[in-house]
Design a protein. Structure first.
Length: 204
């Protein structure tokens, strides 16, 4: 069983602290959870993140976090789902989990029309736009005591400008895109319902 919690719009730092506290306190009997949230504007820098990938400082705060990866942006119109899972219970390795998350996103986008894909060596989900791959979803996972937290971010209908001020996920010149730019009319809540369903299918 996976409990689904809808957190609405919530600042990043308190959610980060709550994920850590939840993971530290959980036992073998603690149900797995998916947290659906939308964050006010924030850049997050991964555990080994290099600040040089922030190209243009602004009034958007930068928060150091303990997930993998480099720098990314969260903001209004982006669907964030945190996966608080017990890997032992689900008999999963981290690589398996990443693959399942990516597949759930790809399957969700397919229900809207866009054909999405993986990019070797660069976790996340991409769509081809004018002959180049543009990133539409980012992943970042932390494992502690065989339990995961952090998760995924899918760009739904957002101001993409802040991505221009970073090397997204550490990749210079990487284009980012959202569902709206692909002609998909939806919102974070509706996209969340579809993606949660696909995640649950992948994680059975």
């Amino acid at each position: 069983m996976i409990l689904v919690r809808h957190l609405g719009v919530a600042p990043y730092s308190p959610c980060f602290a709550q994920m850590q506290a939840f993971t530290d306190a959980r036992s073998a009997d603690t149900p797995d959870e998916l947290w659906i949230v939308e964050h006010p504007p924030v850049y997050t820098l991964g555990l080994a993140g290099d600040p040089k990938h922030l190209l243009k400082p602004s009034d958007i705060p930068v928060v150091k976090t303990d997930r993998g990866g480099q720098i990314t942006y969260h903001g209004p119109g982006q669907l964030v789902i945190y996966l608080l899972l017990d890997l032992r219970r689900r008999k999963l390795f981290v690589r398996d989990l990443v693959n399942k998350i990516e597949q759930a996103i790809i399957d969700t986008l397919h229900t809207y029309g866009p054909q999405a894909q993986r990019k070797p060596g660069a976790p996340g989900v991409y769509v081809e736009v004018q002959g180049e791959l543009a990133k539409i979803a980012a992943l970042g996972i932390k494992v502690r005591n065989q339990c995961t937290y952090h998760g995924l971010a899918l760009n739904v209908d957002m101001d993409l400008t802040p991505f221009d001020h970073i090397n997204p996920c550490g990749y210079e010149g990487l284009r980012t895109i959202d569902l709206k730019a692909l002609g998909v009319k939806t919102n974070v809540a509706e996209a969340g319902e579809r993606l949660v369903q696909r995640l649950q299918e992948q994680l059975v």
